[in-house]
Write a protein that binds this ligand. Structure first.
Ligand code: ATP
Length: 497
């Protein structure tokens, strides 16, 4: 992760927000290359999800909505995380990310240990247990620890569990519900009547506008409404770089189906669609897995949720959630607003509130996944046969921030520079391209490798004196071949879509 974070900063992908003021925890800025990469991810999703499908339409709804939306959706009452305070260190923890275990020697409980959630929580707890036993000089057999999260702590145990910040028991509070919505005030008054929220998800926009789209969009069940936009959550512990932040971007789609439809089949289709889409932007299959939420942990209205998980360097984590939500959301808004949310089905002459399948993903989490999967440091041989290190970002041409770099072999030869700039300008009308004439050609290739540019073209004397062809150098294989302008455009047409 450190290498990826360093590259992201060094090459202008991602900066800390407000860095000159010391940064602001949970907020990030995207630099010149990062904003291109992010835009490409958004555009690919929008093209594949909305434009290239006949059954999905797109919308863009406001970030601040009527506060009643969030009452009806259940967010005011229930969009909470369990919060634990350490009264001594003033640190705050999410109870479900704070783990503890009894230390049991020869069947007797001799104390407690705690650790924050990580790839090796159980190992951390075990070694903390061994340390405690040694410190207390207790003889006997230490039992393997049984990790539990803090939401499972019994009231009498809370005072005995050490704070991860201080290592001492007695300072942790019992978990309490913490609402993650950011509040603001709308209008000149700042009293209870003007309270509004920054949306914690984009999905409610689709439910609230369901009737508008139905009445104006020439849509018939089954159909989807999609949206891309910023969401805000006051996460207790933002962490893992841009994986969990307080301001992030979501791409969500609500796929409405008949109440009699086979929801399971539709759910399965969407899980597979999402998986295929991730492969299409270059994520390796080996890093993806599915996690079905256990029935007993689902909300009462939910029929099933499957997450597509990604193997990040800090562990296997949720990337994309695909939930079958029944008709809960539309019914809630119909009841709260008094406006019917029914669909009239011609064929059966039946009226009903449609059910929904919801694939919801974060743009930032995808961006982090492609950086993690694409990053590599390799030993390669230079032109003279010497071994050197190259850093390469293997990004799919679909999302790479720069598609082609145009390089004149020498910068002081007018003919080469002129032809290179001409090609550069021509490519620029359709693609994000980069022109670079500074330094040895090998160094210029390396610079492009590091930012994930799939191809470089080098204009040399043969280009201007012979048939006009130039060298195409491929990032991953580092192979070179001669091609002409028409072939270059055909290659881009095929690979960048
Ligand atoms: P988590 O359990 O990780 O907090 P969630 O299950 O609450 O996530 P959803 O409400 O299902 O997440 O949101 C849909 C998607 O939005 C997630 O799969 C994730 O890609 C993205 N997302 C959610 N919270 C954040 C966040 N704080 N930062 C970045 N992306 C997020």
């Amino acid at each position: 992760m450190d290498a990826i974070v360093a590259l992201a900063k060094r090459r202008g992908f991602i900066f800390q927000s407000s860095e000159i003021y010391g940064g602001f925890n949970g907020f990030f800025d995207y630099g010149p290359l990062g904003s291109e990469l992010k835009k490409n991810i958004r555009d690919c999703w929008w093209n594949d999800m909305v434009r290239r499908r006949d059954d999905v339409v797109g919308i863009e709804t406001s970030i601040i909505m009527h506060p009643k939306v969030w009452e009806a959706s259940g967010h005011v009452a229930g969009f909470t995380d369990p919060l634990v305070d350490c009264k001594v260190s003033k640190q705050r923890y999410r109870a479900d990310q704070l783990f503890f275990a009894k230390v049991v020697v020869d069947g007797n409980t001799v104390g407690y240990v705690s650790a924050l959630e990580s790839e090796k929580t159980a190992e951390d707890l075990q070694s903390a247990a061994e340390t405690l036993k040694r410190k207390k000089a207790i003889q006997g057999a230490l039992a393997p620890v049984q990790p539990k999260d803090f939401t499972e702590a019994q009231p009498e145990e809370i005072a005995l569990i050490p704070s991860p910040a201080t290592g001492e028991p007695g300072s942790l509070t019992a978990p309490r519900s913490f609402n993650m919505m950011f509040q603001t005030n709308v209008g000149a008054m700042t009293d209870a009547s003007s309270v509004a929220y920054l949306r914690p998800e984009t999905a409610q926009g689709m439910f609230v506008d369901f009737k508008n789209v139905l009445d104006t969009g020439r849509v018939k069940l089954p159909f989807g409404i999609a949206q891309i936009g910023k969401s805000f959550r006051n996460e207790i512990t933002p962490r893992n770089f841009i994986f969990r932040s307080r301001e992030f971007e979501q791409m969500e789609m609500e796929y409405f189906i008949s109440e009699d439809a086979d929801w399971k089949a539709s759910h399965d289709e969407w899980i597979e669609w999402c998986r295929q889409w991730l492969l299409s932007i270059g994520l390796p299959e080996s890093h993806l897995s599915l996690y079905a939420h256990p029935k007993e942990k689902l909300a009462f209205y939910s029929k099933g949720t499957v997450d597509i998980m990604f193997k990040y360097p800090f562990g296997v984590q949720e990337l994309w959630g695909i939930a079958a939500r029944g008709n809960y959301d539309l019914t809630q808004h119909a009841t709260a607003s008094g406006k019917p949310m029914e669909y009239f089905e011609e064929a059966t002459k039946k009226k009903f509130v449609p059910h929904v399948i919801e694939p919801a993903v974060g743009v930032d989490r995808i961006l982090l996944a492609v950086l993690c999967a694409g990053y590599a440091e390799e030993d390669v041989k230079d032109e003279k046969g010497n071994v050197e290190k190259r850093t390469v970002l293997r990004l799919s041409p679909r999302i790479a921030p720069v598609k082609v770099a145009v390089l004149p072999l020498l910068k002081n030869k007018e003919a080469l520079v002129g032809r290179a700039r001409e090609l550069y300008k021509k490519l620029q009308r359709r693609y994000a391209v980069f022109y670079d004439e500074a330094g040895a050609i090998g160094r210029r290739y390396r610079r492009q490798d590091e930012i994930g540019t799939p191809w470089c073209v080098t204009i040399d004397f043969d280009t201007v004196e012979k048939d006009g062809s130039f060298t195409l150098r491929e990032r991953d294989s580092m192979t070179q071949k001669r091609i002409n302008e028409a072939e270059l455009f055909a290659l881009l047409e095929e690979k960048v879509y």
